[in-house]
Design a protein around this ligand. Sequence first.
Ligand SMILES: [Zn+2]
Length: 102
Amino acid sequence: MFRPQSVIQESGGTAVQCKSCKSVQKLKCHAEINIHPPGGIENLTRPTVWAFPQLRVCSDCGFTEFVLGEPELQRLRDICSTEPSKDSLAPTFDVRGSEHPR
Ligand SMILES: [Zn+2]
């Protein structure tokens, strides 16, 4: 849920410009983000990394910045440095359902 907290005045009162549109209007927000490894749809079964960063959102153009913490960054490095296993490419849901005809 988007809950802007305040317009950020950084660096001792000097506003930092948006890297995209140069606006100084930024919002500080919290987020939960589920990061998937890069690649195609086959990567949707690979492990993901949950992160809860503080966002800097430009209220004029929407450009957003955040920094991952070291634990989340290390987990992302680990996931991205390994190849997906063949087992992870197979669908994992059970198609038999709860009723078993006998
Ligand atoms: Zn902007």
